[in-house]
Design a protein. Structure first.
Ligand code: ZN
Length: 438
């Protein structure tokens, strides 16, 4: 692992053209393997032999049809390689969380696991973490395991095994009640806290209210969900710490890591995957444009995902001033169902945070559901019932934020429900339209 880490230490500074050249050499090998051993690709990729200069490469490359999530679900068998190189090790199944509907199942190997760990370690190193620190993780654990009071481990996990030991780690199921999570954190007193942004926002709000402090906390680490507009500000206010975010997917590993110097930029992990961001015409987006994230895994020979449409939208960024050549995603924006449809049919990313809500009323959690072109349901978890004045102010706030006088209705819940995997979405639209215009 150290050898690969050393290589990554170098390759992050390569100019983009060198990285792309390297990727296309890997893609050649991957395509050859796919055509020969993966029934699904036998015809779809036959005859596509990208040249090694980037111009013709991309043209040839874009002839390969996109692989959508339903394709993976339907063709699970046909996507599996009949002949996995022995050196890649045993296979195992990776399940995606599937926030809605059926999960996607993908085969991985020891090698894909290895790369998952290498990029996890790279993230620790980029963020210059103190490996002696205490790590607390609050996340989804299947079968209701790791419920309060959680479980403890001697180290941060397999990715850090090459380090000379780490501090202890503590794990708690994110289904645990927020005040119980807070008590648990005060007891564990971690240096690093890892969880989903929505869970952390609820915790931060709780700590702001209680006035209690996590005296050792140095950084909040996030994964699994889109960061709300004011999330970083909220963590600074509650705990006076920065946030390190990772954009990953169960079936792919780390897709992009937050730049250690410029928190608004995410560097694509090009040594392990090729990321395309495509517009409605399937043309690559330019910096400043938002499109669909399409990923090709370079090292998964058990079930190669070639031009796999993850389902997320992201904005392409300019080259990062830090000097790393790895391409930049600027904002990860979630899925189609997280897009607001305006009454005139246009689509927008609603970008809100909890802090504006808490300035008006004792709101613990919020979620907006777009029920129709003119109607938004605002679901709230609150400390006490709200009065008319507060509801009116919240209505104005939402209408202003969404740039339209939508009809806002309120519903109150003890807690906003999460997906079975513990994920949470601030905004969900039930409006379905064919064309998505951005
Ligand atoms: Zn950077």
């Amino acid at each position: 692992m150290l050898a690969v880490l050393f290589q990554l230490e170098q390759s992050q500074w390569w100019p983009l053209a060198k990285t792309t050249g390297h990727q296309f050499r890997q893609l050649h090998a991957l395509l050859a393997h796919a055509v020969q051993t993966v029934p699904y690709y036998r015809d779809r990729c036959r005859g596509i032999t990208p040249a090694l200069d980037s111009e013709t490469d991309s043209e040839q490359w874009r002839r390969i049809p996109l692989l959508k999530r339903p394709d993976v679900q339907q063709h699970e068998q046909a996507l599996a390689s009949a002949q996995i190189p022995e050196t890649h090790g045993k296979t195992h199944t990776l399940h995606t969380s599937g926030s809605t509907g059926r999960p996607v199942r993908v085969q991985g190997t020891r090698l894909t696991d290895f790369f998952w760990q290498v990029f996890t370690l790279r993230e620790h190193l980029w963020q210059r973490r103190d490996f002696a620190g205490r790590l607390a993780a609050i996340r989804f654990v299947p079968d209701n395991k790791a419920g309060y009071p959680g479980v403890a481990a001697q180290s941060w996990g397999p990715a850090t095994s090459v380090m000379n030991g780490t501090g202890p780690a503590f794990l708690l199921n994110s289904a645990t009640d927020i005040s119980q999570q807070a008590a648990w954190l005060l007891d564990k007193n971690p240096d690093y806290l890892l969880s989903y942004p929505s869970n952390l926002a609820a915790l931060a709000t709780h700590f702001l209210k209680s006035g209690q402090q996590l005296s050792r906390l140095r950084q909040v680490r996030t994964m699994g969900e889109v960061l709300a507009a004011d999330f970083r500000a909220l963590c600074r206010q509650a705990w006076n710490v920065p946030v390190a975010d990772v954009y990953s997917a169960q079936e792919l590993g780390s897709i992009a890591l937050q730049c250690p110097e410029h928190e608004e930029n995410y560097h694509v992990q090009s040594e392990n995957l090729l990321v395309e961001v495509l517009d409605d015409a399937n043309e690559p987006c330019r910096p400043g444009e938002t499109g669909r994230v399409v990923v090709t895994t370079l090292h998964n020979y058990a079930m190669p995902l070639i031009r796999y449409e993850v389902g997320d939208y992201a904005e392409v960024g300019e080259a990062c001033p830090c000097g790393r050549g790895l391409p930049v995603l600027r904002r990860i924006l979630g899925r189609v169902r997280n897009l607001l449809t305006m009454p005139n049919g246009e689509k927008q990313w609603p970008y809100m945070g909890i802090m504006k809500f808490t300035e008006i009323a004792p709101v613990k959690q919020f979620q907006m559901i777009q029920r129709s072109l003119e109607h938004i349901e605002l679901r709230l978890a609150v400390d006490r019932p709200l009065n008319n004045d507060e509801e009116e102010k919240l209505t104005e706030l939402v209408q202003r934020a969404l740039s339209h006088p939508f009809r806002i209705t309120f519903s109150y819940l003890p807690e906003i429900p999460r997906s079975p995997s513990g994920k949470f979405e601030d905004f969900v639209s039930e409006v379905t339209t064919q064309a998505v215009r951005l």
